[in-house]
Design a protein around this ligand. Structure first.
Ligand code: PLP
Length: 347
């Protein structure tokens, strides 16, 4: 059976294998729920009738999500992680040959889905400061007649973020559908989630995988006006979110105090890691980027060498070209990675 050419060039997504004592490479939450929380999750999962198909529209889950963010559930579509929703968005809103604008560095999956959908991908290189140049972005989208623009805010991997007003300027001035990936917006305060339905051309994505610490469940959400929501629901597979995930994620979304606490702890952890790395950078001349996420992005003198050294200490971080991305971990994990970096610079 011949394999399509477009598939041949794809490198499979390969998360790092185990064996590392400390893993700060995937921006997961370091918090594991205590027994009380776990028991509540387990109780909700035990009540699932395993012989029945799940609710195709994940109504309870969407309601719990909408309640948590104080929005209307009519604008919410649930997915098997926001990753699946990206796939559905490309299926619903692009056709072969359409132009898709992405930025670099940004979340690598956008390019992948554009490729699978056989779109023409224009990738805008960010400058040295890694900020998004809003006017240039708008101009390129419109002169290239882009059908879809997708970017993350706050950005993975740069950890930088645009203020709300700047994002609104982009949405209002491009002719394209804007897919605004707010996977890390729980760590910042410039979300557009409350007003997403007011824009004709906006789909906003959120996930339970980062601040909420539910990466294993695969629960993500799209928020958009009724017209776009209807198109998304038509194009997704009917039972895309399994019943265990629906039950467990809805339970956690209804634990506001628990989630607020998770958010605070992770931000504290990030601030600690950021401060320590900034101190190191002031001695070495490395660059540390201002972080609005649960990770710190830095540019050491030699990213490959530092990455290799950390691996040798059984600490896994993420190397992205000349940069390293380090997820905020537990106090002990943060201290370990800082100690290792200090050892590396000979301090
Ligand atoms: C982690 C991440 C996602 C994936 O979220 P899932 O809901 O786990 O699929 C999406 N976008 C960005 C920018 C991410 O970093």
């Amino acid at each position: 059976m011949p394999i399509n050419n477009k598939i041949k060039s794809i490198q499979p997504y390969k998360p790092a294998d185990g064996g590392y004592k400390i893993r700060l490479d995937a921006n997961e939450s370091y918090i594991t729920p205590d027994d009380e929380i776990l028991n509540k999750i387990n109780d909700s999962v035990s009540a699932v009738p395993i012989n029945r198909y799940p609710d195709p529209n994940a109504v309870e889950l969407c309601k719990a999500f909408a309640e948590y963010y104080r929005i209307n559930p009519e604008y919410v579509t649930a997915g098997n992680g926001s990753d699946e929703l990206l796939f559905v968005i490309f299926t619903a809103f692009t056709q072969k040959g359409d132009t898709v604008v992405t930025l670099n560095p940004d979340f690598s999956m956008y390019k992948f889905y554009a490729h699978i959908a056989e779109c023409r991908n224009i990738e805008i290189e960010k400058g040295q400061d890694l900020q998004i140049n809003v006017d240039k972005l708008i101009d390129i989208c419109n002169t290239s007649n882009a059908k879809l623009l997708v970017f993350s805010n706050p950005c993975n991997p740069t950890s930088l973020a645009l203020e709300r007003e700047k994002v609104i300027k982009i949405i209002q001035n491009v002719n394209a559908l804007v897919v605004l990936d707010e996977a890390y917006m729980d760590f910042y305060d410039q979300s557009l989630i409350s007003s997403a339905h007011e824009y004709e051309n906006l789909i906003l994505l959120r996930t339970c995988s980062k601040m909420m610490g539910l990466a294993a469940l695969r629960a993500g959400f799209a928020v958009a006006n009724k017209n776009l929501t209807e198109a998304l629901r038509k194009c997704k597979s009917p039972y895309n979110v399994n019943a265990y995930t629906q039950a467990a994620a809805a339970t956690v979304l209804r634990m506001r105090d628990y989630l607020d606490n998770c958010r605070r702890q992770i931000i504290d952890s990030k601030n600690f890691l950021y401060k320590q790395l900034t101190e190191i950078a002031s001695k070495t001349g490395w660059k540390v980027f201002d972080s609005k996420t649960n990770f710190v992005f830095l540019k050491p003198d030699n990213s490959a060498e530092l990455f290799g050294f950390l691996c040798s200490q059984s600490i896994l971080v993420r190397k992205i070209d000349k940069y390293l991305r380090i997820t905020a971990g537990s106090r002990q994990e943060n201290l370990a990675v800082i100690a290792a970096i200090k050892q590396y610079i000979g301090e």
